[in-house]
Design a binder for this molecule. Structure first.
Ligand code: MG
Ligand code: ZN
Length: 391
């Protein structure tokens, strides 16, 4: 098992902003080449075998600003799962290249702690690969998973396991997923694995590497059999809720938690409600509402697990807001009608508003306050370190 020296981790966290192109490859080499020479405790591995493993569940509602979140209060027949959080913060999303972020730059800020340019997948502003939280914990032998309602090679999930200069490099991202330290994935994107320009069928490669791949339904061959499971249930994005996606996302989340927690080590799971963003781009309020209510059920699954487990940190946030979505009082014949909400939009694009962050579990208090999106990475690392101290 490769070591992840605390010194390097410290440099990555503290000095990341000041790090130049020259030093980063050296640090990466240190990170991946340094073997068991580190005298400092590893993340989590200082724990006696009887201690409960520490887990992180990161839930990202793509394009989910405060108005989108509000729909899970205003259009819900149940109590919103957002009410279960006590630790809440706000994050700023500005990337290095523009005033308004895209999903790739924002997800890379979360996954790797760097501010970067729109379109960047797991790379810094100079297109140099940066290690992600998923890779870091996998290096410790922890299990990892990614789940999305987009294609699994789309920008948000990709930024956790892939490194490429352009988010549109879907086939390259699929190739990288095959060799990434991921133990469970579920989403769409089948065509990027089996109908490729290069003619390679990566489903065969995955099978050879011991994966169980399912391309038609969300079902385990034999629950808790210790296998790696991959679900590719659509050629590209998964269907909308309005098109009958049903319980895919909360069920895939529950299944991932069962599979990943079936181990002595900890795990990292990222789940994305990808299509809240697509509802915003389409200026389709009903689309946003259905996708947000589905995502709310995912939050319920994660919090139920975390409550039972007691040693799981759950973080819920968004990469940015989409649509300039607003829930205004209606106007009827020039008069305000406060008895009725008319959802409206100011754009078909992303907006630059501050984005809420919700946290639950050990380390949740770190997520209070107002900070930059890449500090979410720092806070996850800090929570992991705190967890070592606790042992
Ligand atoms: Mg996304
Ligand atoms: Zn978008």
């Amino acid at each position: 098992m490769l070591e992840f020296p605390k010194l390097v981790l410290y440099i990555l966290v503290i000095k990341r902003d000041q790090m130049s192109k020259t030093y980063l490859p050296v640090l990466l080499a240190l990170l991946f080449l340094t073997d068991s020479c580190s005298p400092s405790p590893r993340l989590g591995s200082g724990a006696p075998k009887s201690e409960k493993p520490f887990n992180i569940i990161l839930l990202i509602g793509d394009g989910m600003g405060l108005a989108q979140i509000s729909t899970s209060f205003l259009y819900n027949t149940k109590t919103s799962n957002f009410t279960r959080f006590k630790h809440i913060g706000l994050q700023q999303t500005i990337p290095t290249s523009h005033k308004v972020t895209d999903s790739a730059a924002a997800a890379t800020a979360f996954s790797a702690g760097v501010k970067t340019y729109n379109g960047a997948i797991g790379v810094d502003p100079d297109t140099v690969p940066v290690p992600t939280i998923l890779e870091m914990v996998a290096e410790k032998g922890w299990k990892t998973g990614v789940v999305a309602t987009s294609s699994i090679v789309h920008a948000t999930p990709a930024s956790f396991y892939a490194h490429t200069a352009l988010r549109q490099n879907y086939e390259e991202i699929a190739r990288q997923l095959v060799y990434a330290p991921v133990d469970f994935f579920a989403g769409g994107g089948l065509q990027f694995f089996n109908r490729r320009q290069d003619g390679i069928n990566y489903l065969d490669t995955l099978a050879k590497r011991g994966w169980v791949i399912n391309t038609d339904k969300l079902k385990l061959r034999s629950p808790l059999d210790g296998k790696k499971y991959g679900f590719l249930l659509a050629p590209d994005g998964m269907p909308k809720m309005q098109q009958g996606r049903g319980t895919f996302l909360p069920k895939a989340t529950e299944m991932a938690l069962d599979q990943l927690a079936n181990d002595r080590g900890g795990f990292f799971l990222m789940v994305e409600g990808s299509q809240i963003d697509w509802g915003g781009h389409a200026n389709d309020a009903r689309y946003i509402i259905e996708e947000t209510l589905d995502f709310d059920n995912v939050i319920g699954e994660a919090l139920d697990f975390a409550e039972r487990d007691g040693n799981t940190l759950v973080i819920v946030t968004a990469d940015h807001e989409t649509g300039g979505f607003s829930l205004s009082a209606s106007t009827v014949f020039g008069q305000a009608d406060y008895g009725k909400i008319t959802p409206s939009f100011s754009t078909g694009n992303h907006s630059a508003t501050l984005i809420p962050v919700f946290a639950y579990g050990p380390g949740a208090e770190l997520f209070q306050g107002i900070y930059e999106n890449n500090e979410i990475f720092d806070k996850m690392v800090e929570a992991l370190e705190m967890n070592v101290v606790n042992f």
